[in-house]
Design a protein around this ligand. Structure first.
Ligand code: GLN
Length: 486
């Protein structure tokens, strides 16, 4: 195994800049690694190796001509299969889009291409990002590199697994209710959901548009800062894209010293939290205390409503967003339909998997006349209360510290009923409902050697602080050096 694959993206970037290695060598090392382990990890839906190598060659040429464009130039970045890349498959792990090739680039893709990143592979996910384990993928279930019987989390399970398995130094996922942070926690890597509006969703296949965000996966916080820097920026094609002043996230890692005032919500440490996760997170709290941070016990009483509110709003939005998959235009088309209505029915029946159908039915129900006020409207009101509660708490603290998930990764097939799967998102979905930034950083292992994640939630657009806080913790611990034996 080439030792290039165990290096961080920041280190590889420095080596490329110093002329110690070429992008072709780096890219080839990750391709070789993927060929060696992918059969077991199943992170990718597809990989275009020759295209990756062509991009790497172009990067090396640019560098030789003195035109390298920044820290991501020549670094492989793998993308969740929900992000549009021109002329590449875009399946969302759904039969509905099995043969779909994107005619255009997402904003994130454009930015990465412009910075010379080597776009590498399409990563498996739960179908249309609905799920917490990748078991809802129509194609395959990705594996957790730390225990191949266990799931990598979801919906961005492939994005987390590929970084943990050293198949790519960086990847991108999307987070609607925890889909970056939960798999990051399960796979022992760093995952960040930025503030709603910071990263354009143009070219992100929509699930629940008032919640969806893109974000980075990496093995270190510095690498997450580097990738985040590369994907932020205003874009007119996403009406929620914010014109925020973007700080230098990497510089902030050392410039921002705290000490921070950290709130610890009692509701996140209640019944249902795995005792080993509790102990690891409590150790992290002690660490911040020893660094001079003030720790304050806080209460987020609305937490108990987050799950029902999320599953009303996210399904309502999904039922509307997924209406475009009708079998007429670019999606799966059923054969032998009798008329247009029959074609809709049959194409959707064949194209969507059971979880997606469940969500569309639920979402249509909560929006239907007679139930709209009782469910959808009420959920919107509670969502406002959830956000207000967070903003109230943030008047007094700089950040909120919680476990990322109530349990570590679980075995494939273990959570057969949808509700037990939904409960996995209990600590992550509030953040999407409130539109806040949050990061998951590795904070230890259970006795059965499964990774544990620590979540830091920040004020809107406080990504630099979140990254600096996570970096401080990471640098004082050795979790980032642990690599899954594959
Ligand atoms: N697990 C959650 C769901 O199934 C979150 C998904 C996501 O963030 N995309 O809806």
């Amino acid at each position: 195994m080439s030792d290039l694959i165990s290096k961080t993206a920041a280190k590889l970037s420095a080596m490329l800049a110093a002329g110690e290695v070429s992008s072709v060598e780096v890219t080839q090392a990750f391709i070789d690694r993927t060929e060696a382990v992918e059969e077991r990890v199943k992170a990718f839906n597809s990989c275009d190796k020759s295209w990756a190598l062509a991009q790497a060659e172009a990067s090396d040429k640019r560098r030789a001509a003195g035109q390298a464009s920044g820290p991501l130039d020549g670094i492989p970045v793998a993308l969740k299969d929900i992000i549009a890349v021109k002329d590449q498959p875009l399946t969302c792990s759904s039969r509905m889009l099995e043969n779909f090739v994107s005619p255009y680039d997402a904003h994130v893709t454009e930015l990465l291409k412009a910075q010379g990143a080597v776009l590498w592979g399409r990563l498996n996910m739960d179908e249309f990002a609905m799920g917490s384990s990748t078991e809802n993928s129509a194609f395959q279930t990705s594996r957790n590199p730390w225990n191949l019987d266990c799931v990598p989390g979801g919906s961005s399970g492939g994005s987390a697994a590929c970084v943990a398995a050293l198949e790519a130094p960086l990847s991108i996922g999307s987070d609607t209710g925890g889909s970056i942070r939960q798999p990051a926690a399960f796979c022992g890597v760093v995952g960040m959901k930025p503030t709603y509006g910071l990263v354009s969703r143009f070219g992100l296949v929509a699930f629940a548009s008032s919640l969806d965000q893109f974000g980075p996966f990496s093995r270190t916080v510095e690498d997450a800062a580097m990738l985040l820097q590369g994907i932020v920026g205003h874009d007119d094609r996403d009406s929620t894209s914010f014109k925020a002043e973007v700080p230098d996230y990497r510089a902030a890692l050392t410039q921002k010293q705290g000490p921070w005032k950290i709130g610890v919500p009692s509701e996140y440490f209640a019944k249902g939290l795995d005792p080993e996760i509790k102990a690891a997170v409590e150790d992290a709290i002690k660490f911040y205390e020893s660094e001079g941070c003030a720790i304050e016990e806080i209460s987020l009483k609305m937490t108990e409503y987050a799950l029902p509110v999320y599953y009303i709003l996210a399904t309502a939005e999904a039922s509307s967003n997924l209406g475009r998959y009708d079998g007429i235009r670019y999606t799966h088309r059923a054969k032998n339909a009798e008329d247009a209505i029959d074609l809709y029915y049959k194409s959707r029946a064949e194209g969507f998997g059971p979880e997606v159908k469940r969500r569309i039915i639920l979402g249509t129900y909560v929006l239907s006349s007679g139930y709209y006020d009782a469910y959808y409207l009420r959920a919107q009101k509670v969502r406002t209360l959830i956000r207000e509660e967070f903003m109230q708490v943030f008047q007094n603290v700089d950040a909120i510290l919680t476990p990322t998930t109530p349990t570590p990764s679980f075995k494939r097939g273990e959570k057969a009923d949808p509700l037990s799967m939904y409960l996995n998102d209990i600590y992550t979905i509030n953040v999407n409902l409130a539109g806040l930034p949050a990061i998951s950083v590795p904070c230890g292992f259970t006795s059965s050697k499964l990774p544990i994640g620590l979540q830091l939630i920040g004020k809107p657009f406080a990504e630099a602080d979140m990254l600096a806080m996570a970096h401080r913790y990471e640098q004082a611990h050795t979790w980032k050096d642990a690599v899954a034996a594959l």
